[in-house]
Ligand binder design. Structure first.
Ligand code: MG
Length: 457
């Protein structure tokens, strides 16, 4: 195709050549055009050999959705002034969760603003935004986030907040107590409330994003400092609740695809089996069980001969991914430590999991792209394939894992035909039509029932 500008008829004929299935990806309201059309890679049912695995972080590798949902709900609570569960029950899992998991933060916030803006109180919105902005500038660790906050302050002419004397005093504190928070909120609100004459939908979205991130990052920072137990108690009333865990099967699948499961196959297999039975409530018949065991050992041996490249592909920003992956690799190490008897094999394996950078060949986050190009757009997965140096003719030897609708679309939009959905409770309401397979039994099912879609010879 040499022409650079074509008419509708020519465009139609070109699009037809691109494939049989397309995804319609709606853009945020401030973007032209209203939507993009993505030709999707043809679904691939099985492969003879895999060369790479690309996978989502939240909801696929780890369970951080709990904290994200909490932070989104917190934003709605702040904007409406309904802080406790007596004044508002909270988000509706069935109705709301499909719209606030797995997409970009902008889309999640847009949905909530559209649905709940009737209950918002302008003064509460302004107050919570000003506090979130100040907190981000003082305690935030992500520079991109800080510059977005400054941009939002500028759009309301409040940028002198940064040079304010009171603000400068706070900047020297290492942490804010509840009464400090209240004082700061009141002070900023009284000083700047009149700068916000009228607020439109886009303003609500931008301010909502800042309030969401402030809450989420404040929690992550405390996790980084080792305060997980206190947060679990404060937010969920249970100090033993793990805020960040590995998704079922992850502690086996990750070492397996890197060819690291070379001993104790039975222990790894039984671990997977338990996870499968727990997740599905189903059991294997004796014949199927022995077949699955034999296949599992063969699969481990295949990966031992040809380990595959791996990438995490997340719409989260790097700051978040870094803390979450550190935490989840600690959890994986712990689980492997409990699973295996002491040996050189175990020590070598644990070394590999002492730092996620030893393990992954690429980490792709929202910082590698832009907020307007996150999943379901193909960009993050295309960047991952590029970083892993997978040739285009090998895209049909790549497997992608996602728990959400937009993620499964993004995988196929990037040219990967083996797009596996591993939904869990929070994403069970998603439309997963774009996925090649939907495995409700998660990764244990992918391995035990489907042999990771690798043909066994
Ligand atoms: Mg996800």
């Amino acid at each position: 195709m040499k022409k650079k500008f074509i008419n509708k008829k020519e465009a139609k004929s070109l699009i037809t050549k691109l494939g049989d299935e397309f995804a319609v990806v709606k853009n945020p309201v401030y973007i032209h055009p209203e939507f993009e059309l993505y030709p999707l890679a043809k679904k691939i049912k099985t492969v003879d050999k895999l060369v790479a695995a690309v996978m989502d972080m939240d909801g696929t590798t780890t369970t951080t959705e709990l904290l994200c949902i909490h932070s989104l709900e917190f934003m709605v609570r702040k904007f409406s002034g309904k802080i406790d569960t007596q004044t508002w029950k909270g988000l509706n899992p069935k109705e709301d969760y499909p719209h606030i998991i797995g997409n970009s933060t902008t889309k999640h916030v847009e949905y909530l603003i559209t649905k709940y803006s009737k209950s918002f109180k302008k003064n509460e919105v302004i107050k919570s935004f000003l506090f979130a902005a100040a907190w981000t500038l003082i305690f935030g660790k992500d520079n991109q986030r800080k510059s977005e906050v400054v941009m939002n302050l500028k759009s309301f002419n409040c940028q002198d907040l940064i040079t304010d004397e009171y603000f400068k005093k706070i900047i020297n504190l290492t942490t804010l107590l509840d009464e400090d928070k209240e004082q700061l909120s009141d002070y900023l609100f009284n000083k700047y409330k009149n700068y916000f004459s009228s607020l439109g939908f886009n303003d609500y979205v931008r301010l909502g994003i800042d309030v969401y991130y402030q809450r989420y990052h404040e929690i992550l920072e405390r996790i980084r400092l080792g305060e997980s137990k206190f947060i679990a108690e404060e937010l969920f009333g249970d100090p033993h609740k793990h805020l960040i865990e590995a998704m079922p099967g992850i502690p086996v699948m990750l070492p397996m695809i890197k060819g690291l499961v070379i001993e104790h196959h039975d222990l790894f297999f039984d671990y997977l089996l338990k996870a499968y039975e727990h997740k599905t409530g189903k059991t294997f018949s004796l014949t199927n069980l022995e077949k699955a065991r034999k296949n599992f050992i063969e699969l481990c041996q295949k990966f031992q001969v040809s380990p595959i490249k791996t990438a995490i592909v997340t719409s989260s920003i790097f700051y978040e991914a870094d803390i979450v992956l550190r935490e989840v690799f600690k959890v994986i190490s712990n689980e492997l430590n409990n699973l295996l008897p002491d040996s050189d094999f175990k020590r070598n394996l644990l070394k590999k999991f002492s730092d996620y950078n030893f393990y992954y060949d690429a980490i792709v986050t929202a910082n590698d792209s832009s907020e307007i190009r996150l999943k379901p757009h193909r960009d993050l997965y295309s960047i991952a394939l590029f970083k892993l140096n997978v040739a285009k003719e090998d895209f049909n030897k790549v497997i992608g894992f996602e728990d959400s609708e937009s993620g499964t679309i993004a995988i196929r939009a990037a040219g990967i035909g083996l797009s596996i959905a591993v939904p869990f409770a929070e994403t069970s309401g998603h439309n997963l039509k774009a996925a090649t397979y939907v495995c409700k039994g998660g990764l244990p099912e992918v391995i035990l029932k489907y042999n990771m879609f690798v043909n066994s010879k």
